[in-house]
Design a protein around this ligand. Structure first.
Ligand SMILES: Nc1ncnc2c1ncn2[C@@H]1O[C@H](COP(=O)(O)OP(=O)(O)O)[C@@H](O)[C@H]1O
Ligand SMILES: [Mg+2]
Length: 290
């Protein structure tokens, strides 16, 4: 699609247009357009296998999309992960990827290497002559650990952190590249309700620092609280996008989440099935006002 450059505004941070990703005969992502603006938290939801992670991989240069393009602040990105990070997009992974045998602080320092001249190895090996840059990096890394609530554990090995803190550390490491856009892939997967609430607050605080956020989540309630705007992927296609309240009430979304067979707009039979399921759910949770 070529129209997106004209519809994107000055405040557009991410502008993905016509992104398609095929693996052999499987189209995992089909012609998806998505923008994220300054100051926004945008949610990307959809059933398992909908193509959410694949779409993230296309945004971050891990995959070269079969079709489409991805622009960050008006510049089309080359599909190379380090160039995407350098441009200003950082991410976390659905499956935590930390250096388990490095300390918490070292993990964050690794995240800083795209922003420092001395590079990864001198940061890790502490080569002489890079002392000043290294001190600045450590100070910034400590600031990020304060921000994410991990400062007291700076010297702990990453693998010894409880799960919720490992997720936070991944976020701290992503922030260390000083991004303008943060992509979070299921940041609350495996968290208990308390950790989930803390994660929500952390994401709001990140947004308040002027970093736009695009977040994939399976927990629909979490996403509805958090996001200004939500896009729904089903079988690789974006079927709905809008404000959280609107998306939440959309029957196609309800159908997708209840696992009703889905082909374009729901047919009458499908809609009836959804209604029946809803009525059923309501009667079985009587007295519960959710
Ligand atoms: N590298 C790959 N090679 C082949 N198929 C893949 C690859 N990555 C993802 N897929 C397929 O693409 C579809 C979407 O997967 P994914 O993006 O992980 O979904 P989600 O994150 O929404 O659960 C799935 O059918 C998955 O099996
Ligand atoms: Mg995924």
């Amino acid at each position: 699609m070529t129209t997106t450059t004209t519809t994107a505004t000055a405040t557009t941070v991410l502008d993905a247009s016509g992104v398609t990703m095929r693996f052999g005969g499987l189209t995992a992502v089909r012609d998806v357009d998505l923008t994220v603006n300054t100051g926004e938290i945008v949610g990307l939801i959809g059933p398992n296998g909908a193509g959410k992670t694949t779409f993230f991989n296309c945004l971050t240069g891990l995959y070269v999309p079969t079709e489409g393009k991805v622009a960050y602040k008006g510049t089309v990105l080359p599909p190379k992960p380090h160039l995407v990070t350098q441009a200003g997009i950082a991410r976390t992974f659905q499956n935590i990827r930390l250096f388990a045998n490095m300390t918490v602080l070292e993990n964050v320092l690794v995240g800083r290497h795209t922003r420092t001249k001395e590079g990864l190895w001198s940061a890790l090996l502490r080569l002489p002559g890079f002392k000043k840059a290294e001190e600045e990096s450590r100070a910034r890394a400590m600031e990020l650990l304060e921000f994410t609530g991990l400062a007291a554990k700076a010297d702990h090995l990453a693998r010894n952190l409880p799960y919720g803190e490992q997720r936070k550390l991944e976020i701290a490491r992503a922030l260390a590249s000083e991004p303008g856009l943060l992509l979070l892939d299921e940041p609350t997967a495996g968290m208990n309700p308390q950790e989930t609430r803390a994660a929500e607050e952390l994401i709001f605080a990140i947004r308040d620092k002027g970093i736009a956020v695009l977040v994939i989540e399976h927990d629909i309630r979490f996403i509805m609280n958090l996001c200004d705007r939500v896009a729904v992927l089903v079988q690789g296609e974006k079927i709905v996008e809008g404000p959280a309240e609107v998306v939440q009430a959309d029957e196609r979304v309800i159908a997708a989440y209840l696992g009703t067979p889905f082909e374009g707009a729901p047919g009458e039979a499908e809609a009836a099935e959804v209604e029946a399921a809803e009525a059923d759910a309501q009667s079985s949770t009587e007295g519960d006002d959710k």
